[in-house]
Design a binder for this molecule. Structure first.
Ligand code: GTP
Ligand code: MG
Length: 426
């Protein structure tokens, strides 16, 4: 944009000073007011073994008692259950959806445990894409369903990650923001926890798993520092509890043991406060934004390439198949039409060939039948002629016999008459 300068120092660069109040500084307030009015949707996916503390942590995180039903260990396949809650803090409304795995890690063959989760994420992205492409889209509603955060609950074995953890995190890392957390961290002592965290991070790094990093390039240096500290605490060790216990002279959310009390909000007991601060107060917007700008974009680009769209003319998604490079919807439409026409033409030729082949086959069969009938007819005719000849012969024989008989009768009659006359004369 050209700059307007009223001092006249540089004709090309003019800076116009405002003489009064215009009001575009309020744009940010308008935006905030609109978001506050519409409310915010935030969707969390909790992946972890049955009974690892997923629901309890969600209750602890949002200071609620959302009381979801517990799962059994007998499910044949991994399943997902989703619950949506309307929460509000001051005048901000939050539509919170919690999706929890059921039966995760309970099967004998765990190699495909991530498949159901992957299908769920893809389904959400696909319906978002379809809604985005439709003519009468409802942009506010479609924003609702994408998973913004995946909390991966690591079992507090104190040892290392399991194959199922690595497989699932690897399979999902390009689809969702993954934050790995050590569940039930009250079951590991402090030194062991440090080594456990280190081993987990080494394995994540060795297997090139992309976990969500709290952003450190914000304008606010305080936020950057907090995020830097949170990144160094990865994987965050958390404890969940639905109980309020007496800690000193305070009532706190915690767990009461024979030997003492664990206060969930005490940062020397666990990283729960850090987790809550990081995902709710500091980085919720970043999580939503990254879901849309990174993960959804990746999905969308892949789907568009599958459909034949491409921005870059030199980009060839699959060099093995000679892929036509396409740029606009019109190009795609024309190319698809050409492909379809070609396909139709091929099909037409195939049908013609088939038809001709079938007609020829039928013709051959009919000719064969005709030949058979002709030979049968000839045979029958010969037989008929033979019969006629035989009958004719028999008739002639009979005629001869009749004639002979008549002659003999005549002679006999004559003889009889002559005998009679001779007798009379006597
Ligand atoms: P499913 O939904 O059935 O798979 O279980 P879940 O993962 O949601 O676990 P849930 O929150 O129902 O907790 C299971 C049990 O673990 C409950 O008895 C909780 O009190 C307990 N629990 C939850 N969090 C913690 C924790 O941090 N430490 C300890 N020691 N126990 C916990
Ligand atoms: Mg649960």
């Amino acid at each position: 944009f050209p700059k307007y300068n009223l001092n006249g120092s540089n004709e090309n660069e003019r800076i116009l000073k405002l003489k009064g109040y215009v009001g575009f500084e309020k744009l940010a307030h308008q935006y905030v007011n609109k978001i506050v009015k519409e409310g915010i949707s935030f969707n969390i996916l909790c992946i972890g073994e049955t009974g690892i503390g997923k629901s309890t942590l969600m209750d602890t995180l949002f200071n609620t008692n959302l009381s979801s039903s517990t799962s059994t260990h007998c499910l044949e396949n991994v399943d997902l259950k989703s619950n949506t809650f309307e929460l509000s803090e001051k005048n901000v409304n939050l539509k919170l959806t919690i999706i929890e795995t059921c039966g995760y890690g309970d099967q004998i063959d765990k190699s495909n445990s991530h498949q159901e989760i992957l299908n769920y994420l893809d389904k959400q992205y696909e319906s978002f894409l379809q809604e985005e492409l439709s003519l009468n889209r409802n942009i506010h509603q479609i924003n609702d369903k994408l998973v913004h955060l995946c909390l991966y609950f690591i079992s507090p074995t104190g040892h290392s990650l399991k194959a199922i953890d690595l497989n699932t995190m690897k399979a999902l890392d390009s689809k969702v923001n993954i934050i790995p957390i050590i569940a039930k961290a009250d079951t590991i002592c402090k030194n062991e926890l440090l080594h456990f965290k280190q081993r987990i991070m080494n394995e994540i790094f060795k297997n090139s798993i992309n976990i969500y990093q709290f952003p450190t390039n914000e304008n606010d240096s305080c936020v950057n520092n907090q995020n830097l500290i949170a990144n160094s605490l990865y994987p965050l060790a958390v404890i969940g509890s639905n109980e309020i216990v007496k800690f000193g002279n305070k009532q706190v959310r915690g767990r009461q043991y024979e030997w003492g009390i664990v206060s969930i909000e005490n940062e020397s007991h666990c990283d729960f406060v850090k987790l809550r601060e990081m995902i709710l107060s500091t980085n919720m917007f970043d999580l939503i934004e990254i879901t849309h700008t990174k993960h959804y974009q990746t999905f969308r680009a892949t789907r568009y390439i599958e459909l034949g769209f491409c921005d870059n003319e030199n980009f060839d998604p699959d060099k093995k198949n000679k892929c036509r490079i396409l740029r606009t919807i019109k190009d795609v439409y024309c190319a698809k039409k050409l492909d379809l026409d070609e396909e139709m033409h091929l099909k037409e030729l195939q049908f013609k060939d088939k038809f001709i082949k079938k007609v020829k086959e039928k013709e051959l069969i009919i000719k064969e039948m005709e030949k058979n009938l002709n030979s049968k007819f000839n045979q029958w005719k010969i037989e008929q002629d033979e019969w006629r000849h035989r009958i004719e012969f028999k008739r002639r024989e009979l005629d001869d016999q009749m004639r002979e008989f008549t002659e003999r009768k005549f002679c006999l009659d004559k003889l009889k008459l002559s005998t009679l006359s001779s007798v009379k004369n006597l």
